[in-house]
Design a protein around this ligand. Structure first.
Ligand SMILES: C[S@@+](CC[C@H](N)C(=O)[O-])C[C@H]1O[C@@H](n2cnc3c(N)ncnc32)[C@H](O)[C@@H]1O
Length: 297
């Protein structure tokens, strides 16, 4: 007798089955999030009329101080994959941009810097004493567990008359409070679903040590650096644009703290400090003639 065995049924792994089951829900969710973002974009000019792009302002500020740097070395700490101001500074060999990052893998993608150095900004910033004409960072400081140590290293590595410029997300912004209210891997996953464009940008653990107006002023002063420029933006509702009720609540928060001038609660602080030219002289440090609307403390 010939026994004909039934062909083995193709068994799909449970995760693949689950994915198939959830696919319609996922596409509905994507549609919902996109629809919310569309409405938020339409409302934005009315809800946040004074919104400024702090990222562009940071680049312009770095470029304006670059022309006054006492040594032709600009250090982009936590530079990662990209150097946002590279196109605004001379690229004729008269200035060198040095990218410093704790992660060799991040730096490997960065082809905008002239030199790459791997190091932890809070331990031994890989720079000789007085080597740098400028030390700058964009969205690095919130990732440092010890900002005091970073500023001490900065002060050591800056040449007299050098500048340090930082764009710092605020500790008491709604997005920072949300990020710290839940474990970081979960916060990151949620943000990546709501704002997929943040993949590759919001990836690193956050501490928000000293990341607010007065603490930043204090830490620079404590290390002999004079704050020469500081400004804030309250604008942050974009982080919540995938869910309209949260977007509206955040825009209301922005409007209230903005009207009160509550700088401790700002979304971002853009701050620049200078190392005195000569420790024995009282030479004031000049601020280059740019930047309307800035304020120093
Ligand atoms: C949010 S990314 C910002 C990258 C880049 N500055 C930008 O704006 O596109 C933060 C970067 O800081 C780096 N970083 C985190 N902790 C650091 C530390 N202790 N020392 C040096 N770099 C650090 C990360 O590896 C990452 O590349």
């Amino acid at each position: 007798m010939t026994v004909i065995s039934k062909p083995a049924e193709q068994v799909r792994p449970p995760t693949a089955q689950l994915r198939t089951l959830l696919a319609p829900i996922a596409s509905l969710l994507r549609w919902f999030l996109q629809a919310n973002k569309k409405v938020a974009r339409r409302l934005k000019p009315r809800l946040s009329p004074g919104d400024v792009d702090m990222y562009n302002k940071y680049d312009a500020l770095v470029a304006s101080y670059a022309s006054e740097a006492p040594t032709p070395v600009i250090v982009d700490v936590g530079g990662g994959k990209h150097c946002s101001f590279a196109h605004l500074v001379p690229r004729d060999g008269s200035l060198r941009i040095v990218g410093v990052d704790i992660s060799e893998q991040e730096l490997a993608y960065n082809d905008l810097v002239d030199e790459k150095r791997v190091g932890d900004a809070t331990k031994s910033l890989p720079l000789a004493d007085g080597e740098a004409g400028m030390i700058v960072s964009r969205t690095l400081v919130e990732h440092l567990a010890d900002v005091d140590a970073f500023v001490a290293n900065t002060s050591r590595a800056l040449a007299p008359g050098g500048y340090t410029v930082h764009l710092v997300p605020g500790r008491y912004s709604l997005f920072a409070l949300a990020a710290r209210a839940v474990p970081f891997p979960l916060a990151k996953r949620i943000l990546h679903v709501l704002r997929p464009e943040m993949k590759g940008i919001v990836e690193f653990p956050v501490f928000y040590d000293r990341c607010y107006w007065t603490a930043l002023h204090d830490v620079f002063r404590d290390h002999g650096l004079e704050v020469v420029h500081a400004e804030v933006t309250y604008s942050q509702a974009d982080y919540f644009d995938a869910f309209l009720p949260a977007y509206l609540a955040c825009a209301t928060f922005e409007a209230i703290v903005g009207a009160l001038g509550a700088r401790q609660l700002a979304a971002y602080v853009l701050i620049a400090a200078a190392k005195p030219r000569n420790e024995s002289s009282d030479d004031p440090i000049d601020e280059p003639a740019v930047r309307a609307g800035s304020s120093t403390n």
